[in-house]
Design a protein around this ligand. Structure first.
Ligand SMILES: Cc1ncc(COP(=O)(O)O)c(C=O)c1O
Length: 389
């Protein structure tokens, strides 16, 4: 392909790569999912019952965890994990580059948040920075497998072991991701998941915590449901973070194809990686060594020193070629007003700050064809060529 010039770009009146936009994500229910939900509706058993229990068992098994607990959403999953593993006042190290809930739920649990920076190519929490931030008061590490890419689990578990810290993995974007050949549920004290409508396993709202310790699973169960240890016997303060069986049935139905769908995401990611490596001005995500990501999002970076445009101008041109984009996230958490006081007491996360102006996500989902994935790369090459310095 010859290098495109500015006048070739669709944004300037040229012919777009795609006639119609490539879908950014694929969401929705199959007839089988709807039948599963209908069966529950017809049964009248709407509360968490056999469908939630089956989803817990199957999801935990597929994630290499011993126990699963369904809950209302991924935010509740974090509250269950933090509420069971942390004490108020515990110092917890967490990345400045993640979705807000990873950190806001730490604040809600009464933890003292310490922001660490992330690695530029994998976007994941930087183990060296975590280690640097450890104090005698540090009690836990709460990190995200962001975009579905596992963090450097070996490094984080080694730090945790050395300093006797708890580890919570926010896996909301990482269903069925693997590390060193095992499901991510095999690692840490708890993994939390979201089943929000757009997640790799989307039930509308919904969530899950997986753990490996039986006692912890039992205590989380009490926290999930009013601290009820027997019929109307309450031994601790709990909440109502429960799922329901309609959601459970949809999740269970969707879980049957999640493995296949995750592999299709991986095949698309392989096409992207091969092609993007030869596009000047665009960098692809580089997964952590030993990881097999779930590719919830495929997040690239513009190399601003090689281009004459900003990230937003690059994305605007790409959108006109028929490739929708998204920015996850426009700010590091240290720049969110709600965390202003914590940010004041933290070092500036230089990488997270830089990522906010260079990252952009391109479409990735199980329904994307090889042809569409290659077309996305053609559009990236076209826009990068036209904006080349
Ligand atoms: C990394 C991460 N953590 C937590 C959550 C919260 O999940 P939910 O929206 O199901 O409460 C999300 C959802 O976007 C997420 O991406």
């Amino acid at each position: 392909m010859t290098t495109a010039t500015a006048s070739d770009l669709a944004i300037n009146g040229g012919t777009p790569v795609f006639d119609a936009n490539v879908p950014f994500m694929s969401v929705g229910l199959t007839d089988k999912d709807i039948a599963a939900a209908t069966e529950v509706l017809q049964s009248g058993m709407l509360r968490a019952a056999s469908k939630c229990a089956a989803l817990e068992e199957e999801f935990a098994k597929q994630s290499d965890a011993n126990f699963g607990l369904t809950c209302a959403n991924g935010t509740c999953a974090l509250q269950l994990a933090y509420g069971s593993l942390l004490e108020r006042g515990d110092e917890v190290i967490t990345p400045a580059w993640t979705f807000i809930a990873t950190v806001s739920m730490l604040v809600a649990a009464g933890a003292k948040v310490v922001f660490c920076d992330v690695l530029e190519d994998s976007y994941q929490a930087d183990p060296a920075d975590i280690e640097r931030l450890i104090t005698p008061n540090t009690k836990a590490i709460a990190v995200t497998h962001l975009y579905g890419i596992p963090v450097d689990i070996d490094a984080i578990e080694a730090i945790a072991k050395k300093h006797n810290l708890k580890v919570i993995y926010d896996s909301a974007q990482a269903h069925l991701a693997e590390y060193n050949g095992k499901g991510i549920g095999a690692f840490g004290d708890a993994c939390t998941y979201s089943f929000y409508a757009t997640k790799n396993l989307g039930t509308g709202e919904g969530g899950m915590v997986t753990v490996n310790d039986e006692e912890l699973a039992k205590n989380m169960g009490f926290l999930r449901s009013h601290g009820e240890t027997g019929k109307y016997l309450h031994e601790s303060i709990g909440f109502n973070y429960r799922m329901n069986d309609i959601t459970g049935a949809i999740g269970l139905s969707k879980l049957e194809t999640l493995g296949e769908e995750t592999n299709r995401r991986r095949a698309v990611a392989n096409i992207y990686a091969d092609r993007i490596d030869s596009i000047e001005g665009v960098l692809r995500p580089v997964p952590t060594a030993g990881s097999n990501p779930a590719w919830h999002l495929y997040t690239c970076r513009v190399e601003l020193d090689k281009l004459t445009c900003t990230r937003d101008e690059f994305c605007a041109a790409l959108n006109k070629e028929g490739v929708p984009t998204a920015v996850h996230y426009p700010k590091p958490l240290t720049e969110q007003p709600v965390f202003a006081d914590i940010a004041k007491a933290s070092d500036e996360p230089k990488v997270a700050k830089k990522l906010a102006s260079i990252v952009f996500c391109i479409p990735i989902h199980p329904k994307l064809s090889d042809e569409q994935a290659n077309g996305v790369c053609d559009a990236l090459a076209k826009v990068a060529g036209a904006f080349a310095k």
